[in-house]
Design a protein around this ligand. Structure first.
Ligand code: SF4
Length: 341
């Protein structure tokens, strides 16, 4: 591990000053200031020399300002520095947003949930072996232009949606999939103190020709929170995660589903996120459109799942994920329909 300094920021203004990065210097291997909260992914990657930092700007003292959980203006507000465990266990989140509570509960071990923040969690990096292992030469995400060893290598866990010729890595998280499915917004504080918001779905980029640039964040920007719209669909929601082992593992396939059903069972609207299967937290508008106005049953759920994977491109050993992804979505939709709320 390379040497770095730590500075503890007492407030937001100091954090932004300490975290200032020159435009264009956001390359993983640039020794620049980086924000440190839970550190559960960043420190791993620094130990592997996949990311470097000159200074870690410890922002844990900002939790009082940016770590709240509240209902306001018809939205659930979640602070970027809220801990995963605090949100997963919050009584309002558990009752009214089971999709979020379950995604967080299933995301990590208790130790990690107690440490990790929401903002850090959504920014976690892929678990592609070649990205995390410096012994492998070819990884366009880690070393742009070096190739993609995964395409002809070990790729069983990688993506089938949103991939490119340059990178087939999957996004590994769970919570972000639920946020994307629910149509959340993300609030961002710029290095100059300016604030902006984005649809959460637009925060992560597809790999295209630049897989090393994963989000729309500018150098030195800080995620301060997330806003989740409240609607008739939020209570009838769930997160189904399929993995090799039932504890402390990443998703092979997951489905975040929220349904607004009419009195006769017709789907007034569906919100659908897919995880473990795509290059970024994936919202399936195709599946949502396929269900709108229809009765939800095995047939319509299957048709929605077909629509969700119509653009999928399987690579090597990940081909099984098409069928697994479709089955996961069908099961999640029918389970959400059967929920008693
Ligand atoms: Fe690197 Fe992406 Fe290829 Fe994995 S899939 S080796 S992260 S370029």
């Amino acid at each position: 591990m390379r040497a770095f300094a730590i500075e503890r920021a007492a407030g937001t203004a100091e954090a932004l000053r300490l975290g200032r990065i020159e435009a264009g210097a956001q390359d993983d291997l640039a020794a620049v200031p980086r924000f440190l909260a839970g550190g559960t992914n960043l420190l791993d990657l620094m130990k592997l020399d996949v990311m470097r930092a000159s200074v870690l700007v410890d922002i844990n003292d900002l939790e009082a300002e940016h770590g709240g959980i509240a209902i306001r203006d018809g939205m659930l507000h979640l602070g970027g520095l809220a801990r995963m465990a605090a949100v997963a266990d919050h009584p309002v989140v558990r009752r009214d947003f089971p999709i979020l509570s379950e995604a967080l509960w299933k995301a990590a071990s208790p130790q990690l949930r107690n440490m990790a923040t929401l903002a850090g969690n959504v920014l976690q990096r892929t678990r592609c072996n070649y990205f995390r292992g410096r012994q492998w030469a070819g990884c366009n995400k880690r070393d742009p232009g070096s190739g993609c060893a995964a395409k002809d290598g070990v790729n069983r866990r990688l993506a089938v949606l949103g991939t490119s010729e340059q990178c087939i890595a999957n996004y590994p998280g769970d919570f972000a999939v639920a946020l994307a499915g629910l149509g959340a917004e993300v609030d961002i504080l710029g290095n100059d103190g300016g604030r902006r918001s984005l649809p959460f779905e637009a925060l992560h980029r597809l790999p295209g020709d630049t897989p090393h640039i994963e989000t729309e964040l500018e150098p030195g920007e800080l995620i301060t929170g997330f806003r989740v719209p409240i609607g008739d669909w939020t209570r009838r929601s769930l997160y189904l995660k399929i993995r090799d082992r039932e504890s402390y593992d990443f998703a092979l396939a997951s489905a975040a589903v929220a349904l607004d059903l009419g009195p006769d069972g017709t789907v007034r609207s569906a919100r659908i996120g897919l995880g473990g299967l795509a290059a970024k937290p994936w919202r399936s508008h195709e599946a949502e459109d396929a269900l709108a106005g229809r009765s939800l049953d095995e047939t319509s759920a299957q048709e929605a799942a077909e629509a969700a994977f119509a653009s999928a491109v399987p690579h090597g050993d990940a081909a099984f994920k098409l069928d697994l992804g479709r089955r996961t979505l069908v099961r999640a939709l029918l389970a959400a329909q059967a929920m008693e709320i």
